[in-house]
Every structure is written in C-alpha cells, then in structure tokens.
Write a protein that binds this ligand. Structure first.
Ligand code: SF4
Ligand code: SF4
Length: 451
C-alpha cells in the first residue's frame, strides 16, 4: 500500500481547495432541500430520481442517458484540454485517499506511513479509518435511501427492516456497512492498485491524450545522469532525493517516463520545485504537452479538431437537455385497454372499451389531475360525458403518488346501424393535465375497436 508523503506547493494548495469544495458539496447535497425534496436522491427501489427540484420517473430515463453521455464526452473534452485532470484532482478515489491520509496523520503524527510506525499507531489509524468509512458511507447511502429517512432511523436507533423477517437490519444499514467495508478495504489495502490495475477510465483517458494534451513530465536532458550514491553532485541536475517518488499517490517514479499510473496530480512537480529551489534552479518535473516533452519549443494548440468536436457535442447535449427540461410535463400516464372489454356493444349507448391508466404525479406538489378524451371523430367520448355530461375524469394526486383509474370510453352508437361499417377502429388521444396548469398537456394515444 502506498502512503504518499505530504508536500507543500502550488499544486498541493489548489488540490486542497478543490478537495474541500468537493467534500463540502458531497456532505451538503443530501441535506439541501429543493421544492421540499432532497436536492439529489436516487430512489432506485421506487424508481424515482430527485434531481435539483425535478422528479424523474421511469418513463424519463432519457435524462439519465443524456447525463451519462454528457459526463462521458466531458471526460473526453477535459482530457484533451487539461490532461488527466479527473484522475488527479476530482476522482473520488483520489479525494478520499487524501482524506484518509489526513486522518492517518492526525492520529499517528509524523510517523504515519513510515517504517517506524508501531502496531499501536496502526491500530489507532485503522480504528479512525473505520469511523470515517462509516461516516462517509452513511452520507453516500443517503443519496439512495434518503437523508431524512436515515436520520429519523439513526436518531431513534431504529436499525430494523420494517418488520420484514427475511433480514434483521434495514437496507440502509446493510448498505452503509457494506459500502464502509469496501471503502475501508480499498483505503487500507488496495488503494493505488485501483488506479493502476482496475480503473478503466485511467486506461482510456491515457488513450485520449494527444500531442497537445498536458502531462507531467521529467526533463531527462537536464536531470540525467542523476547523482549516484557516494557522489556529492551528479552530472545532471537530479539530486536523486526521490521526493518525487515519495509524494506520488500511486508510488510511481515519473523519471521513468509517462505511465498509466500517473494521475497528473502535479505533486511531484511541487516536490521537485522544493528540491531544485534549494539550488536556485527550475524544477526538473513540470507540466508540459506531450509534444513539448520531446521538443520544448513546440507551441501548444488548444482548439484542435477533437476539442472543437467535443465542445460541439457537449453544446448539443446541453441544448437537448435544456429543451427537454423546459418542455417536460411531469405527469406519467400509461393507458392500457382491458382486452376483456374490447368491442362491447351497450344498447342505446354504443361500443365501449375500458381503459386502465397508470397515472403518476411527478410535480413536486399535489395536483388535481384531469383526463379528457380528444378525437377527430365526435362520437368518441368518455362514458361519463355521454351519460352525464362530465367531460373529464379528475383525481387529486399527491406528489410522486400513482393512481390507476378505470375509464370507460365509448363510440356513441345508439343502434348497431350507427356503427360505421368501413372502419375497424377509431383513434383518439387521452389529454392529461393538472387542473392548475391547463397549458401543460400530456398526450397518450389510444383507440377503440369497432369490429
Ligand atoms: S507521477 Fe507525479 S503527477 Fe503522476 S501521479 Fe505521481 S505525483 Fe502525481
Ligand atoms: S524530486 Fe527532482 S531532484 Fe528529486 S529525485 Fe525527483 S526529479 Fe530528482
């Protein structure tokens, strides 16, 4: 397991600020409310996602697809422009590793991670890591189980599974324990191997670099031949202090060239800046483009064809997403014609078909939801309209609740002769809307069989 040594410097300071901001966001989001709901809640069991005020149901998964597509292309874009910035600066593996090491240093002091660390120090560190694993993953699970629900349970020490005898503990407890165990194992054993061996992003991010992408690189010409054991000064500038290696979170030696394990975190740049600063020289390790690493005079081009294409794709996805958000009607309506009621002829009334409509309200508040029948053929009506002049069905539906009304729809034909002989069916639409928002209409296609 690699435990990187702490280092001071520009990259370190910026990384600390970014990590603190990401942590603040991570801890705050489950407790921020928008329209009375958790700002970000992925309720997988109920198949509902609460995303910054929007409630997204299972019929609106295109939002998820667009988001994933956006994030994927954003990764391509950021890698082309800033290199592996995701890996070294924002990836949870990186940010959490630093948090665990920070706590390790608080508990064990300067000996943290060194060979001189005693088993007693390690046991204190492991105990602290178990505690922070539980805290971090309690927050993580609250993005899925709901922060209010979990806090209500935790504050009353209710860890039960709501009386389900198949398992003694609630899902949120099991989720928190399982995620904590994985996080603890990852941080206390696996760590850098996640980046070096497992993470697919690391591999394809490296493949996404081109000659103008920034990387962290070692100046072989100036640095080598480095100082050898017993020498006071080497021929090259590298003093072989090995600090670049010691501060590296994945334990690689950047002097051996660009490697998959390099997260482009820039900490070795800080280490070498300190070491070379003692001699009044520029650091041997620096941010350069792939081209500049072999030809220092190479000029960096930011707007290359791939960057432009990624930017256009991102703009298209943002536009599409915005359009869908602005025009969305947060009602889900799925009509289903009951087969047993097809082509039923009711004397003096007409042909009737019963429709069951699965109706869900994804507005953040309660609404009176109305359903009307609209057709080019004036003979198609709701049964309630035909017999009592009631032109629509209406039901009050709380936010996220679902109702399944059964609505008889008729083709008015007082006698069998009134049924058109040349038509097999008549199309119509269900018009569904909240009474308080009559201009936001959801349409659902349906038909009534005549033969
Ligand atoms: S080699 Fe340098 S930039 Fe790359 S991961 Fe290690 S410390 Fe970070
Ligand atoms: S920090 Fe700089 S001087 Fe020290 S070993 Fe690394 S490259 Fe050489």
């Amino acid at each position: 397991m690699v435990i990187a040594r702490p280092v001071q410097g520009k990259n370190r300071n910026l990384k600390t600020r970014i990590s603190l901001a990401l942590f603040a966001l991570y801890f705050a989001l489950p407790f921020i409310k928008i329209n009375g709901n958790q700002s970000l809640l992925l309720d997988i069991t109920e198949r509902r996602f609460y995303i910054f005020g929007m409630i997204i149901g299972p019929n609106e998964m295109y939002f998820l697809h667009l988001t994933l597509l956006f994030l994927g292309i954003l990764l391509f874009f950021s890698t082309a422009v800033w290199g592996r910035i995701w890996c070294g600066w924002a990836c949870p593996q990186t940010v959490f590793t630093e948090a665990y090491d920070f706590v390790g240093r608080l508990v064990a002091g300067k000996s943290f991670g060194k060979k001189s660390m005693t088993w007693f120090d390690w046991s204190k560190v492991y105990a602290a890591w178990i505690v922070i694993s539980l805290v971090f993953n309690y927050i993580f699970i609250s993005y899925f189980a709901g922060a209010d629900y979990m806090w209500e349970r935790l504050s009353t020490l209710n860890f039960s599974n709501d009386g389900d005898p198949s398992w003694p503990l609630g899902n949120w407890v099991m989720g928190t324990l399982a995620a904590s165990a994985i996080a603890f194992g990852n941080m206390s054993y696996f760590r850098e191997n996640m980046c070096r061996l497992v993470c697919p992003y690391g591999r394809f991010q490296t493949a996404l670099l081109d000659k103008d992408s920034p990387i962290v690189t070692y100046d072989v010409k100036r640095g080598e031949p480095r100082r050898q054991k017993g020498q006071k000064e080497g021929e090259g500038d590298c003093t072989a202090c090995n600090m670049c290696n010691a501060v590296c979170p994945t334990g690689i030696d950047i002097r051996e060239g660009l490697q998959i394990g390099c997260l482009t975190c820039g900490l070795c740049v800080d280490a070498c800046t300190i070491e070379m600063g003692k001699k009044g020289k520029e650091p041997l390790i620096a941010w350069k483009t792939v081209a500049q690493s072999t030809d220092p005079s190479a000029v960096r081009k930011i707007w290359r064809p791939r960057v432009v294409i990624y930017a256009i794709l991102l703009a298209i996805i943002v536009g599409l997403f915005t359009y869908r958000v602005v025009t969305r009607i947060p009602i889900q309506a799925i009509p289903f014609a009951e087969p047993s009621t097809f082509k039923q002829y009711l004397p003096t009334v007409g042909i009737k078909t019963d429709y069951s409509i699965t109706l869900s309200n994804f507005y953040p508040e309660t609404h009176k939801i109305r359903i009307e029948v609209v057709s080019e053929d004036p003979n198609v009506k709701l049964m309630s309209d035909l017999v009592a002049g009631q032109k629509y069905f209406e039901a009050e539906l709380a936010s996220t609740k679902t109702l399944k009304p059964r609505l008889p729809v008729v083709y008015a034909a007082p006698t069998p002769q009134d049924i058109p002989a040349d038509k097999e069916f008549v199309n119509f639409k269900f018009k569904i809307y909240a009474a308080e928002k009559p201009d936001k209409i959801k349409w659902a296609d349906a038909l009534i069989r005549l033969k």
